[in-house]
Ligand binder design. Structure first.
Ligand code: FAD
Length: 408
């Protein structure tokens, strides 16, 4: 039994400091430019690949940290550097988690390396679940996957939206309906290998924040993938569908599905990203408040300003603790009986939005300009109450978990 400690171990401190160096020296100086350009920051991703930060090896190592803190420590530091660039580097991770949570060992070994490529030939991956009419309401998904038994191929047809790296990724993980009668229990995840005919990028979105991260529609027009691209395999799917049909016949619950398993696993990691943005904005505000003089004294001498900073710091630390708790629970096999993963994402996302707004206020007029980074951080933070389940949906998940009532 591991001893309880709030201290990071030597390895974790080493990783944190190494990423902090990359965030400070490579990401921060490039952040404003890529935010303005609104393009995928290939040079920064390649730089991360060159030092091993954008690599399967590195993420697998962090993912396997027995304390669970490898991933949150990594992501907090990366997103402290910049959220748009951070997501351009970390976006592949969501698709990789999709394969880790639903795939067989063989599928993990085949596809995850192809999602990252190597330092000389960097690859990306995308996780495609959301659709124009199925955002929070995952059960409304329409993209169909039909099995062509004669050819042992699945045929995918539909339109996905809001996909991070959608259309520019080498490997796409697509969630689709295999049995419409079963609602979200009738979903399955598929790998769409590189250069598969029929998959194309639709609209690329122009966004409020995280503008260096590519977000687009993905159109699937009769995309044929081999049978082995069904994550988990056909046998497991058939068993799962049979159980779901039995439960449905008895009027049982709708249960978990492939996309939900991915989101549950990724929520604390998304919370860690939000903590990184909030900490970055707080640090800028603290420095500014110490040096900006009005009425003959630094503005931090006013309780009105200092108390805001005290609240900001307290919220950030509380958010980090929730993220670390959920990450530790996941790594040590403790189920999220009270939706602790959702709690961490909800609180950290709301914290990032609030703290970056407070930071902008503390910087006054300067905070509102692009001369200072806090307005970008505030724009970036806004997505953290929306994607990977909105704050309202996190509250729904938590409320259901703690009450046992199927609250709508
Ligand atoms: C930049 C960006 C990147 C993204 N990346 C990905 C990705 O890589 N892969 C992917 O699959 N998806 C991705 N998404 C999609 C994201 O997860 C969805 O936008 C999100 O789940 C919300 O869905 P929606 O936009 O359709 O909003 P809607 O579901 O239409 O919600 C609209 C509003 O209604 C509220 N609402 C809805 N239902 C309820 C309810 N039952 N109770 C209370 N309030 C409710 C919501 O909280 C929200 O405030 C991304 C989105 C963005 C903007």
């Amino acid at each position: 039994m591991a001893e309880f400690t709030m201290e990071l171990n030597e390895d974790q401190v080493g990783v944190r400091d190494w990423i902090h160096g990359f965030a400070a020296e490579v990401m921060r100086p490039a952040a404003a430019e890529w935010d303005e350009r609104e393009e995928t920051p290939w040079p920064v991703i390649r730089e991360a690949a060159k030092i091993g930060l954008y690599s399967l090896d590195f993420y697998a190592q962090q993912f396997l940290d027995p304390t669970g803190l490898g991933i949150p420590v990594t992501l907090e530091e990366l997103f402290w550097g910049d959220a748009g660039l951070g997501l351009a580097i970390a976006g592949t991770g969501l698709a990789a988690i999709g394969v880790f949570t639903n795939g067989t060992d063989e599928q993990i070994g085949t596809w995850v390396p192809q999602m990252y490529g190597d330092a000389n030939d960097v690859k990306l991956a995308a996780f495609c679940s959301s659709e124009p009419d199925a955002g929070s309401d995952v059960a409304a998904m329409r993209t169909r996957a039909v099995f062509d038994e004669a050819k042992d191929e699945w045929v995918l047809t539909g339109t996905k939206t809001w996909a991070t790296n959608g259309g520019i990724a080498d490997v796409h993980v697509v969630v689709a309906v295999v049995d419409p009668a079963l609602g979200s229990r009738g979903h399955a995840s598929f790998i769409v290998p590189p250069n598969t005919p029929g998959l194309s990028q639709g609209q690329k979105f122009k966004k409020h924040g995280i503008r260096a991260s590519h977000t687009a529609e993905v159109v699937l027009d009769g995309v044929r993938v081999p049978g082995h691209c069904l994550l988990g395999g056909k046998e497991k799917l058939d068993e799962r569908l049979a159980r779901a049909r039995e439960r449905a016949a008895k009027g049982g619950d709708r249960g978990r599905n492939a996309a939900m398993a991915t989101f549950e696993a990724s929520r604390p990691a998304v919370g860690a990203q939000a903590v990184g943005i909030a900490r970055a904005a707080y640090e800028v505000a603290l420095d500014y408040a110490r040096t900006r003089v009005q009425f003959g004294r630094p503005i931090i001498d006013n309780q009105g300003v200092a108390f805001q900073l005290a609240d900001m710091r307290t919220r950030i630390d509380a958010a980090r603790l929730l993220v670390w708790r959920a990450s530790w629970m996941a790594a040590t096999g403790k189920p999220f009986t009270s939706a602790e993963g959702s709690m961490s994402k909800l609180f950290a996302g709301e914290t990032a939005k609030t703290v970056t707004a407070q930071a902008m206020q503390i910087l006054g007029g300067n905070g509102y300009t692009r001369e200072y980074p806090v307005e970008r951080m505030h724009r970036d933070a806004a997505i953290y109450t929306i994607f990977e389940g909105t704050s309202e949906i996190q509250r729904l998940v938590i409320a259901r978990a703690v009450s046992g009532v199927p609250i709508r």
